[in-house]
Design a protein around this ligand. Structure first.
Ligand SMILES: [Zn+2]
Ligand SMILES: [Zn+2]
Length: 301
């Protein structure tokens, strides 16, 4: 996987449509309440406005970047004309949702089906009619939880479509919410139990309020970790890594790595699902995480 290629392609491919959009909004009708603009580089949706925001704070942050063509915007309607989602069963009860061709950061979302309800873990910007129908066929969504701001995207849109499902975010990431909404429930502390078997764990690191989701009893009884991009699965799928910024290659310090390992320590997990296609540790996932942390600490010491 080459994430940088994903990002470059997505930005260039949408340029034509974006220019047209910007022109068409130049002279709005007075009654025009605008549209909810999406940042092309990170997929974040902003509240409805006639004109797009002056900038995307998520992309201006040192953990992301503004694309080579400057800040670009699109809308959900435009995106759904050129892209579609693919839903794949990764293991019994865990379905990945990925947008094709790649858009923005090109992460996957996951629908985790449990006996206590379905949880949408992480999010993708595109939510079209076909996706809504497929998710409904899988039982809908009763709660949403997202690892960190790079994947917040259109979370409010998803919540509204699925009966105002609560969106659980860690309060240390509050400043990075670009589209405030009553469905967002900030939690504080180290751990939040969503259901008897699903737990949000605040690990910090990549973002102060970074969270992962632990499923203690998957269909085969083993623990499963839904990690977002931290730990991030390495190319050989025998190691993971941890970064303050992936696109800008900024590492984390010793205290942050030790904090992540300590937060995960009480939980057992045999498998780990990462944010990007193919990032699946099928066995010994916890052991892989701890030996990868040791390798990382040796490299930065
Ligand atoms: Zn952005
Ligand atoms: Zn990230």
């Amino acid at each position: 996987m080459n994430r940088r290629d994903f990002l470059g392609t997505a930005t260039v491919g949408l340029t034509g449509a974006l220019v047209a959009l910007a022109d068409s909004s130049a002279q709005p009708e007075p009654q025009d309440r605008g549209t909810a603009w999406l940042c092309v580089t990170c997929g974040t949706q902003f509240p409805s406005a006639v004109h797009p925001p002056p900038a995307c704070p998520i992309c201006q942050d040192s953990r992301q970047y503004v694309g080579w063509n400057g800040q670009q915007w699109t809308t959900l309607d435009e995106l759904s004309k050129t892209h579609e989602n693919e839903i794949t069963e990764e293991e019994p009860g865990v379905f990945s949702i990925h947008t094709k061709p790649n858009f923005a950061i090109s992460q996957r979302a996951f629908l985790v089906k449990t006996t206590e309800g379905n949880v949408l873990w992480d999010c993708v910007a595109l939510l079209d009619e076909k996706t809504k129908a497929e998710i409904r066929r899988l039982g809908g969504i009763s709660a949403i939880a997202i690892s960190h701001p790079h994947f917040y995207t259109t979370m409010v849109e998803w919540s509204r479509v699925f009966e105002d499902a609560p969106i659980h975010l860690h309060e240390l990431n509050r400043q990075w919410v670009m589209h405030p909404d009553p469905s967002i429930r900030f939690w504080s502390g180290e751990v939040k139990r969503l259901t008897p078997n699903l737990t949000l764990i605040k690990t910090g690191g990549h973002f102060d309020g970074f969270q992962v989701m632990h499923w203690s009893r998957s269909r085969d009884g083993n623990g499963v970790l839904l990690a977002g991009d931290q730990p991030d699965v390495c190319m050989d799928r025998n190691w993971v890594t941890f970064m303050y910024s992936y696109p800008n290659y900024i590492p984390l310090n010793r205290a942050a790595i030790q904090g992540i390992v300590a937060a995960l320590n009480p939980y057992s997990f045999e498998r780990l699902h990462g944010a990007f296609i193919g990032q699946f540790l099928t066995k010994n996932a916890k052991e892989i995480v701890s030996r990868s942390a040791e390798r990382y600490l040796a490299a930065i010491s």
